[in-house]
Design a protein around this ligand. Structure first.
Ligand code: NAD
Length: 294
């Protein structure tokens, strides 16, 4: 008997739908005389991947009617200069969200920079106050964009998390660690593997939902995946002229119930989550409810 084709968790089309709703809401507020939401994006240096990500965010903002102010700063910008700019943007009435594109060049003190952002404008959700709200399960904080995007993608496809075994491979600050907290919030049983885990396959084979965020192309092979699992691939690696994920898509899709493609899965959902966080920051600025944000 031929196996049914696995479900492709299409982040691109879901993103289009959510972004359509965001645009509608912004148009609605504009028609009532409100100013448009504004996101400031700070990019230091000329890292090619970061330039692409910032360009994507800029285009996505424009499309839904969010004003984006992108500061492209030279590589030799100092920590103090960056802190001064953040202080200005914190004080700026019209700025709802501030995002500093990571990674920063090594001479800049990343922790100090993240700490300097007003938590109410921290739409990337990396400020410890927002990470703390995630631990405390407080709805009014900002959840980092990639975990939030994954959660939206799973929820949209009615993939139950409560009581399920979620295995996350990769414990980075941007994805793996905050994602583990969000999955706990959703009442899943969470295991987090990383570079020092002795045998990641021992964990991955048990996963009902397997999420890989390492940046190691092809790390997750079919024999490491349980039949019928949901597989989410966060990895983005450039291999020659191709973009590859962490998951051996061709092999794994034969076993998975559902799987995200790379590109077109988590990537667009991350940008969509940023737009939602910016809308949330905007609503809060005007004392509007942040419920029913999706
Ligand atoms: P990171 O370097 O902060 O963390 C990587 C994690 O992977 C670490 O915990 C490390 O221990 C683990 N790891 C590395 N090699 C491993 C191995 N062989 N086995 C098990 N664990 C291993 O990276 P990050 O910022 O969390 O990003 C991870 C990946 O996700 C990258 O490819 C990045 O480009 C991608 N990413 C994608 C999106 C998106 O929107 N799709 C967003 C952010 C990051």
């Amino acid at each position: 008997m031929e196996k049914a084709v696995s479900l492709i968790l299409d982040g691109k089309s879901l993103s289009e739908r959510i972004r359509g709703k965001i645009e509608e809401e912004i148009e609605f507020w504009a028609s009532k005389g409100f100013r448009r939401p504004t996101l400031s994006v700070l990019l230091v240096g000329d890292d090619p991947a970061s330039q692409v990500y910032v360009g994507n965010k800029e285009r996505a903002c424009k499309k839904v009617g969010i004003r984006s102010l992108v500061y492209r700063l030279p590589r030799n910008t100092t920590t103090e200069e960056l802190l001064d700019l953040i202080a200005q943007l914190n004080a700026e009435e019209e700025v709802d969200g501030i995002l500093v594109q990571l990674p920063l060049p090594p001479h800049i003190n990343q922790q100090e920079v993240i700490l300097a952002i007003n938590p109410k404008k921290d739409v990337d959700g990396f400020h410890p106050e927002n990470m703390g709200r995630l631990v405390a399960r407080m709805e009014d904080g900002f959840v980092p964009c990639t975990p939030l995007g994954i959660d939206l993608l799973l929820r949209h496809h009615s993939i139950e998390l409560k009581g399920k075994d979620v295995v996350i491979v990769g414990a980075g600050f941007i994805v793996g660690r905050p994602l583990s907290l969000l999955m706990l919030w959703r009442e899943a049983t969470v295991s987090v593997c990383h570079i020092y885990t002795r045998d990641i396959a021992e964990y991955t084979i048990r996963a009902d939902i397997l999420i890989s965020a390492t940046g190691v192309p092809g790390l997750i092979k079919a024999h490491m995946v349980k039949e019928g699992a949901v597989v989410v691939d966060v990895g983005i690696s450039r291999v020659g002229d191709q973009i590859r994920g962490d998951v051996d898509f061709e092999g794994v899709k034969e076993k998975a119930f559902a799987i995200t493609p790379v590109p077109g899965g988590v990537g667009p959902m991350t940008v969509t989550a940023l737009l939602l966080n910016t809308l949330k920051a905007y609503r809060r600025r005007f004392g509007l409810s942040v419920e029913n944000l999706l």
